[in-house]
Design a protein. Structure first.
Length: 278
């Protein structure tokens, strides 16, 4: 009788090699090309909502230690084929202390002087254009407002009696023409007054669109903020598009609920800001 043990060993060995190759391929794509990202909070409202799933591209700014997925790379200086973001880009980054993934908008570039007075943003001594928009109504669901959200005070009921968020919106236009909507919850927040500070070389200044509910460059690291401008090397990629969004009602054991939990109208949303003059 022929002993098939060698064949079996070869079969298992090939299977293990194939799995390793697949894992390395996935890690390579995840680290160098694009990765999914989940929005866990309301800090980037109204553009991004808790429960949104995004596609984040890794290559627009080149690659650094932060590009490697799952925080596997040690923190080292330098960036391969580095290219600074544009003001208004939404970026994913590693927190400079905790290395947790954050998502914020680029407001200031190296050399920019950033200042806020009573919630009004100035860049290089010039007030950023602000236009008050009509109140934005968004249905409340189990994912919105998110945990520890600052937006619960805006929960009301619409004409049909359903709960909704009625949000005060201010549209900003940055130098260079990037325009996007922010939430301004009014006076009295510590982040309404900040600076002036000048962004150091090879750093970027980041803020959340929910201006009074975001732990960003205006907030100390001991309060979960970024503690000022962050090194360019900490930027992992650029948010490109919403792939899908869920309202928090999905149950893992009920596949039908996965489809029922999808929010309509969110998939395919382009996250690159409009740029006036383009």
């Amino acid at each position: 009788m022929v002993n098939d043990k060698s064949k079996d060993d070869g079969g298992w060995g090939k299977l293990i090699r194939d799995i390793v190759v697949i894992l390395l391929l996935v890690l390579g794509i995840h680290s160098c090309v694009a990765k999914p990202f989940y929005i866990p909070s309301d800090s980037m409202m109204p553009v991004l909502r808790n429960g949104d799933r995004l596609i984040v591209s890794k290559y627009p700014y080149g690659w650094s230690y932060s590009s490697v997925s799952f925080h596997l790379a040690p923190k080292i200086e330098g960036r391969l084929f580095g290219k600074l973001p544009e003001r208004g880009d939404i970026v994913v980054l590693e927190h400079p202390v905790t290395r947790i993934d954050y998502i914020k908008r680029v407001i200031g570039l190296p050399g920019d002087t950033i200042q806020l007075r009573n919630g009004e943003l100035s860049i290089n001594g010039k007030p950023v254009k602000r236009e008050v928009q009509p109140m934005l109504s968004i249905p409340v669901d189990p994912n919105l407002p998110g945990p520890d959200s600052s937006l619960f005070r805006f929960v009301t009921r619409d004409a049909s009696g359903k709960e909704a968020l009625e949000l005060p919106i201010v549209r900003e236009t940055l130098p260079g023409g990037a325009t996007f909507d922010t939430i301004d919850m009014g006076p009295g927040y510590t982040t309404d007054n900040y600076g002036p500070v000048t962004v150091p070389a090879d750093h970027v200044f980041l803020m959340g669109d929910n201006r009074d509910g975001s732990a960003d460059s205006r907030v100390d690291t001991n309060q979960k903020g970024l503690g000022g401008a962050v090194p360019f090397d900490a930027i992992a990629g650029r948010a490109e598009i919403i792939s899908f969004s869920t309202d928090g009602t999905a149950e893992w054991y009920n596949p039908l609920s996965w489809f029922n939990a999808l929010r309509s109208g969110r998939a395919g949303t382009d996250l690159r800001p409009e740029r006036q003059g383009n």
